[in-house]
Design a protein. Structure first.
Length: 263
């Protein structure tokens, strides 16, 4: 039995405990280029959420959650450069009645590394922007909120430590609630492994580039002291080593069950 984790959606998830492998029927040939089509999130006692994913080839074009809210993805070449978040029933092309809640803009350097992440809201001149600076396996970041006519307000800063291309530590410094997250991954496949450009969003959508996240240890209140928050994820895999189910545990208590469907 092996401990493993997973995060989901543009929202992101995490879990705990041991995991087992489940094999597909021997009549079905293995497929290494699976794309996530649907996720069911069962919050114990709080109902369930079904999320659908839409593609053009291996480019993610949209995400639909329970028919109540959805995201539209825009690519420039092979890179995701915009995500628009809407309320209402999903449509591939938003109608005039669609309610745009916010827009995320992503900018990259010549090495296709994310260097700027900006969020705007309609009918608001306030913008939130995060910049990233690379120094080998250490990435520093700063997040500001911009108000017209005012000095930008620093919301948080910190460092991201990379190992084998994955985020293994996130250190965040804020005025009142600094924290450190330590991440552990398995050696199997990430939910979005085959989605073009999704790995470039690893700083904003922490799910694992290749493997699935299995453990998140959070140290709240500072870089090395105070309250420790532990979340583990238990996965079941198909014969191609993609997660098909996951249990999310918090200090040993099961909180959420997830089910993943591919094509």
């Amino acid at each position: 039995m092996k401990k493993i984790l997973c995060l989901l959606s543009v929202s992101v998830l995490f879990l705990s405990s041991c995991s087992s492998d489940s094999s597909s029927s021997s009549d079905n040939p293995p497929s290494q280029n699976l794309l996530l089509q649907r996720t069911v999130e069962d919050n114990l006692g709080l109902g369930s959420t079904t999320t659908y994913y839409y593609y053009n080839g291996n480019k993610l074009t949209g995400i639909n959650r329970n028919g109540e809210e959805y995201d539209i993805y825009t690519y420039t070449g092979n890179l995701i450069t915009k995500i628009q978040h809407y309320s209402g029933p999903y449509t591939a092309t938003p109608t005039e009645d669609a309610e745009l809640r916010s827009t995320d803009i992503f900018e990259y350097n010549t090495n296709n590394q994310l260097i700027k992440f900006k969020t705007t809201k309609p009918n608001s001149s306030i913008e939130r922007e995060t910049t990233y600076t690379y120094n080998n396996n250490i990435v520093t970041f700063q997040q500001y909120e911009y108000y017209p006519g005012n000095t930008p307000e620093l919301l948080k800063s910190g460092t991201i430590t990379l190992q084998n291309g994955e985020i293994v530590r996130l250190q965040v410094v804020k005025e009142f609630d600094s924290y450190t997250d330590n991440y552990t991954y398995d050696t199997k496949n990430s939910l979005f492994k085959n989605v073009l450009g999704y790995d470039k969003l690893m700083f904003t959508h922490i799910i694992g580039k290749q493997g699935s996240k299995t453990l998140v240890d959070s140290i709240l209140g500072g870089i090395s002291h105070n309250f420790v928050n532990n979340a583990e994820y238990e996965y079941t895999y198909n014969s191609d080593n993609y997660p098909v189910a996951a249990n999310h545990y918090f200090f040993g208590s099961l909180l959420v069950k997830y089910y993943f469907y591919y094509e």
